[in-house]
Design a protein around this ligand. Sequence first.
Ligand code: 3HC
Length: 289
Amino acid sequence: MEIKTVAVLGAGLMGHGIAEVCAMAGYNVTMRDIKQEFVDRGMNMIKESLAKLEQKGKIKSAEEVLSRIKPTVDLEEAVKDADLVIEAVPEVVEIKKQVWEEVDKLAKPDCIFTSNTSTMRITMLADFTSRPEKFAGLHFFNPPVLMRLVEVIRGEKTSDEVMDLLVEFVKSIGKTPVRVEKDVPGFIANRVVAPRGVLLHAVVEAENLTPEEVDAAFRKAGYPMGPFELADYVGIDVNYNAARYFARAVSPEYEPPERVRKMVEEGRLGRKTGRGWYDWSGGKPKIDL
Ligand code: 3HC
């Protein structure tokens, strides 16, 4: 098995960044989303990011990297020649199921399947396909172009060969792989971080704290972002879907609070929609004590 062509499904915050890092490492990439406007937005984010990296001398030519990325809305075109599929579609089981059932029919028999899910058990996703031994988790962190860690997660049926190949693949794109041998919701990082979200909302409400107060305190303590700012950065909907999955798969305590549900309903999804906990319409919010 050799990986030359990568199909990234989803051109959102994670998908576009994953496509970008794969193309930077020399892979041929197809990036697929369901609507042309989503694909265009993803390509624009890649262009902006590559321009910054070129300016800083971190890549030689943005044009050259871009030429390796083929955007499309056609799922068959995206996956038919792929050696590796990285799925980064919304964290909703029904959506992932539908995508994987289709991909399973369209991809080459030896193509490896991976999901960038931040929470869902890999064994469950693998069972939506006919090749669970070729299915693993490949969990990137936001923004993929800057964050070093990638969790490589083994499902119950993932073969050793696929795990080893993916670990090498992660190294080949300049990231640090961590093998996760136990397929639990949230894997390592999100499993550990998830309870913090539950406590955070409880403490903030009990103490009547504002997001600015909490985030400013975290920043002063040396964190690059506070938890509310980070939630806006990652996406309120992403965190909401992750919490809902945890509530079903781990414990009802993880059910997201009513005010977060309302934010999702109102489209206040964070930086990407201009509003979440903060107003991002004028650029980065100023957070200070
Ligand atoms: N491409 C290229 N360059 C980028 C970039 C991108 N996508 N995003 C930011 N940069 C550059 C900026 O241009 C800037 O460059 P400069 O210093 O030359 O001006 C530099 O990176 C720093 O960016 P900013 O000035 O905008 O902001 P910060 O100093 O706050 O850094 C950050 C941004 C690196 C994202 C930092 O805030 C950080 O590390 N935040 C925490 C991120 C984190 O914890 N991510 C994990 C989230 S959890 C997750 O993803 C799991 C999932 O399952 C949900």
